[in-house]
Ligand binder design. Structure first.
Ligand SMILES: [Zn+2]
Length: 322
């Protein structure tokens, strides 16, 4: 892993201001795209940026898209508004979402630069969902297709957390007593030692407090069904069953097109079941974005090749060394 830069704190850099940090990196990427001679090897090499893997806020800043709570960056789905709260409910018009148009995106981003005031820029972004990013100076760069949906943030820190914490624990479907029972059950399950940290501190805080992305993954893939099945009613069992099946298919190290289609169908069922049983206002950006994961796999291969787990570990190492 090559660290090209660290953004200074204490707060995250805001929106397009990230361009000040991207600009020198893009200058170097342009040199590499044009070709660099390696005399010792007697070769000329070229290098291109073809995949951006981030959490949602970083993804939107890096590639110049509007907030994920307003609009998807890969298709034309925009959030609905119910009593001033945005959601991504409604699946009847899926055929109309289709992939975004790259040429129009580039034109809209160029037009953002021509805006003469902050107000004009804001109006432009709410109309087009696009702002300028320095990455667009790379002639080959596609800020729609090269910006993947990170499965670690989307599936495990996003949807797993949303279903179990927000829908079931906060909705009193899973009680404190149920959490204690689940923790007891988790402690008697023996799993191979190389599966990472065992998520057995289920009752901490309000439940599942401090769970890492790794623990959410282990919980969903191994523990969720045996620990929770008899505690859930029928619709919630269907939600859990479909979600666990989708994740189990997606984390395979070798994955084919048929498996991807099956995983996609299960994720779509999860979103539609949540809409049917909890209402469209409970459809979060992640429940929409996960419907693009199969296409990301078709571009980049199995999840292991592009998810953020290795970067997250690197963040941990960097954080400890500061
Ligand atoms: Zn979309």
């Amino acid at each position: 892993m090559l660290t090209l830069g660290l953004l200074p704190g204490p707060n995250e850099v805001r929106l397009h201001k990230i361009n000040h940090y991207l600009s020198p990196i893009v200058d170097e990427l342009l040199e590499f795209w044009n070709g660099i001679e390696i005399p010792a090897a007697g070769r000329k090499i070229r290098l291109a940026l073809i995949c951006c893997s981030n959490d949602i806020p970083a993804a939107r800043k890096l590639c110049g898209h509007i907030s994920a709570s307003v609009s998807c960056h890969r298709c034309y789905k925009r959030a609905n508004s119910i009593s001033n709260k945005l959601n991504f409910g409604g699946f009847d018009d899926m055929s109309e979402w289709f992939v975004r148009n790259l040429l129009k995106h580039r034109q809209d981003a160029e037009n953002w630069r021509l805006c003469k005031s902050e107000e004009e820029r804001k109006r432009h972004v709410s109309l087009t969902s696009v702002r300028w990013t320095e990455l667009l100076r790379l002639p080959y760069f596609n800020p729609i297709r090269h910006l993947i949906i990170d499965p670690m943030h989307c599936l495990f820190l996003g949807i797993a957390h949303w279903i179990i914490k927000k829908l079931w624990i906060d909705g009193n479907k899973i009680t404190k007593h149920d959490l204690e029972l689940m923790e007891k059950r988790a402690k008697i399950i023996k799993i191979p030692a190389d599966l990472g940290r065992i998520p057995n501190k289920i009752t901490t805080g309000d439940g599942f407090s401090g769970f890492t992305a790794d623990q959410w993954k282990s919980f969903i893939l191994i523990y969720a069904i045996p620990l929770m099945w008899d505690l859930l009613d029928e619709p919630d069992r269907k939600i859990l069953g479909n979600f666990v099946r989708a994740c189990t298919l997606l984390v395979c190290r070798i994955i084919d097109d048929k498996t991807l289609s099956e995983a996609h169908e299960h994720l779509l069922k999860v979103a539609m079941l949540i809409e049917e049983n909890y209402g469209p206002e409970r459809i979060t950006p992640n429940l929409h974005l996960c419907l693009h994961i199969a296409d990301c796999c078709r571009d980049y291969g199995p999840l292991y090749s592009f998810w953020c787990y290795s970067f997250e570990r690197m963040n941990g190492i960097l954080g400890r060394s500061l």
